[in-house]
Design a binder for this molecule. Structure first.
Ligand code: MEV
Length: 316
């Protein structure tokens, strides 16, 4: 058996940003994956990325893959070991800088492949912490939702510091979730900082908005369990409005949301860090192709992928 591992991308359906500050988030693993292939090395800890078309020996220095180095170090130190030589090759279907959790999925697959080359089978706890260390290098102050979804897969309700709960959804078969890439890439770190500054400036009002954001997630769970897609769409619009008010939307995201609503979507919002990246659009079957076509005509890439897919998988 080789050391090939894969982990999924995610969409945050509700609660991005608020989750960094203790709010609830509802997220789903989606059918786009990052893959890491580990093999032994004579010397050096080499990471090769198909996407960046570069290789880096992390035993000498790091520039592109310092996040992975942090994850590898955590695994090694959890077993009282120093870093061991390995070759890790990374491939991914997940767009980068698009708010779909590419960094967490890549880190998790790479860390698992690296551990495998070292003859280790870390438990979920070590893998979670290793991917979280990697996320800290990329994002500064991650909530942990991205690496949780990449690890466990499915649909997850997450609150920082309180762990997560799996949720199951039935009864939404008459709707689809479109994932729309704005094509504007941005830094999660900057978006998280911008949101945080505004939240702090708002003081008591900010705390009330955080409670409102939690209320939206709770209502969304109720709507999902009733199969009430109209309500769910309305809640997406409200969630988007709040994120816009907090300064993390972008003119192109607003355009996506407005085109979607004009063409009959049930609701639309940014997903992930915002300021570019990706939006999600809830559509019923009657309007699905019309909404999709309008967005594609305007030049946006629209993904229709499976939701609630399995988390980390391997080794194969
Ligand atoms: C990024 O996918 C989601 C944010 O809420 C940041 C985080 O939770 O770490 C913006």
């Amino acid at each position: 058996m080789g050391c090939a591992w894969s982990a999924p991308a995610k969409v945050i359906v509700f609660g991005e940003h608020w989750v960094v500050h203790g709010g609830l988030a509802l997220a789903a693993a989606i059918g786009l994956r990052a893959r890491a292939y580990g093999s032994p090395s004579e010397s050096g800890l080499w990471v090769f990325s198909q996407l960046y078309r570069i290789g880096e020996n992390l035993m000498e220095s790091c520039s592109r893959f310092c996040n992975l180095l942090a994850g590898f170090r955590l695994v090694a130190s959890s077993y009282g070991r120093s870093l061991w030589p390995a070759r890790i090759r990374i491939e991914s279907d997940i767009p980068v800088g698009a708010g779909l959790g590419s960094s967490a999925a890549t880190a998790l697959a790479a860390v698992a492949a690296y551990a495998c080359v070292g003859g280790l089978e870390p438990g979920y706890d070590v893998l979670w912490r290793a991917a979280f260390e990697a996320e800290k290098v990329v994002h500064g102050n991650p909530s942990g939702v991205d690496n949780t979804v990449a690890l466990y897969g499915g649909f997850i309700l997450y609150r920082r510091g309180s762990g997560f709960k799996r949720v199951e959804f039935r009864g939404m078969r008459d709707t689809r979730l479109l994932i729309v890439d704005s094509g504007v890439s941005r830094s999660t770190r900057i978006a998280v900082e911008r949101f945080t500054v505004r939240l702090e400036r708002l003081g008591r009002l900010g705390r009330r908005l955080l409670e409102t954001a939690d209320g939206i997630v709770e209502e969304a769970l109720a709507a999902l369990s009733r199969g009430d897609s109209v309500r769910l769409g309305e809640l997406m619009d409200v969630a988007h409005g709040l994120l816009n008010a907090m300064g993390v939307s972008h003119p192109v995201l607003e355009e996506i949301v407005w085109i979607a609503r004009r063409e009959g979507a049930l609701g639309a919002k940014l997903t992930g860090a915002g300021m570019g990246g990706t939006a999600i659009v809830l559509v019923d079957l009657e309007h699905a192709s019309r909404v999709k076509k309008a967005l594609e005509l305007r030049g946006f890439r629209v993904y229709e992928v499976e939701l609630g897919v399995p988390g980390l998988q391997g080794p194969v």
